[in-house]
Design a protein around this ligand. Structure first.
Ligand SMILES: Nc1nc2c(ncn2[C@@H]2O[C@H](COP(=O)(O)OP(=O)(O)OP(=O)(O)O)[C@@H](O)[C@H]2O)c(=O)[nH]1
Ligand SMILES: [Mg+2]
Length: 329
């Protein structure tokens, strides 16, 4: 009896401890004010001119703090450093109103980051509608487990909502149960699917899906592909072959926001081999801070078409750079 009580009390204490450390971590995050420590000389000048110019020595600690915040939010390390250097160049010796310095600087930083990651996106539905000859062909590719198959189902759902037809190509003939997984989505969504046997040539599956779309006047072909543990050479060759055979209108990289620092490297390798057109990033609902998006946009300069925020078909939202930057700063 006593032991049980002790056990219960112990777990209660642990829970409280966890909560308070979480709370103190959060307040530590909140206490990152990004406030420059102004020198007496700057303050005096401000009192007279109502403006300040932040010197390098005042700016450096603030930028160190910012770099840390970016890395904590999963921005890739070199990218965080480059962004901070850029901010330093732009803020150094800039005339700032002496009132609300902190608010002004935070806004400036937000605006600079937004500008650095702005790549000009496009609307997928508009682009599809804009193509004269049907079908519009999209190849989805990316690392293992990143959400390619689920995202294809979400896109098929979206197209249906917008009154467009689609057909799925089960061109992941590699992973066990991948064909059944896609077929299940196709059935639920009432969408056609083209599939072959496991280990069949993925390019042949994609080719047949395009032919079926042409014969049946289907608007869009959604081509699934295999993922591997790393960007394995065979996979890259396989994807290149699909690309050669069906000439997709878009090659979309599907990556997970929770992949953290690795994501940029993965996307770079796929991009070098296949010349990507756009990204869809998944799992932003899984406690991801979103810094991975900043790294991709800053370095690869390709639009992010959608963000995955859950496992249901509706959980696909348009990317909003404002919201991502606000999540981080
Ligand atoms: N929470 C959440 N889960 C997601 C999201 N997108 C995909 N998933 C889940 O992630 C897991 C992997 O998704 P898949 O669609 O099978 O990923 P894949 O890239 O096709 O995987 P492979 O075919 O093995 O390379 C599944 O359990 C999905 O339900 C998302 O936006 N949020
Ligand atoms: Mg898959």
């Amino acid at each position: 009896m006593f032991n049980l009580l002790k056990k219960k009390l112990g777990s209660f204490v642990n829970k409280v401890k966890k909560k308070t450390t979480k709370a103190s971590k959060e307040s530590a995050k909140e206490s990152k004010e990004l406030t420059p420590k102004l020198s007496i000389k700057t303050k005096l000048k401000a009192a007279i001119t109502k403006q300040i110019e932040i010197s390098e020595s005042e700016l450096v600690p603030l930028l160190e703090e910012l770099e840390l915040s970016l890395i904590e939010a999963d921005v890739e390390q070199n990218t965080a450093e480059k962004i901070c250097n850029e901010i330093k160049e732009r803020l150094l010796n800039k005339k700032i109103p002496a009132k609300d310095v902190e608010k002004f600087i935070k806004n400036e930083i937000r605006e600079i980051i937004k500008e650095l990651i702005s790549v000009g996106s496009f609307d997928l539905i508009e682009i599809i509608k804009g193509k004269k000859e049907k079908p519009f062909k999209i190849l989805f590719l990316g690392p293992n487990g990143s959400g390619k198959t689920t995202t294809i189902a979400k896109i098929a759902y979206l197209l249906k909502e917008r009154g467009m037809s689609s057909i799925m190509a089960a061109a992941d003939t590699f992973r066990a149960a991948s064909i059944e997984q896609l077929a299940e989505h196709a059935e639920k969504l009432g969408v056609r699917i083209v599939k072959h046997q496991y280990n069949a040539d993925p390019a042949a599956v994609a080719f047949d899906a395009v032919k079926a779309a042409e014969a049946n006047k289907i608007d869009v072909v959604l081509i699934d592909s295999a993922g591997r543990q790393e960007t394995n050479r065979n996979l890259i060759e396989e994807l290149k072959k699909i690309s050669r055979v069906v000439q997709p209108d878009l090659k979309i990289f599907v990556g997970e926001t929770i992949a953290g620092q690795n994501l940029l490297q993965q996307a770079r390798e796929f991009d070098e081999a296949l010349n990507l057109d756009a990204f869809i990033l998944t799992k932003l609902d899984c406690d991801a801070k979103g810094g991975t998006l900043i790294s991709l946009l800053y370095n690869l300069k390709k639009p992010v078409l959608f963000i995955g925020v859950g496992q249901s078909y509706e959980d696909l939202i348009k990317f909003d750079e404002e919201e991502i930057v606000n999540r981080i700063i």
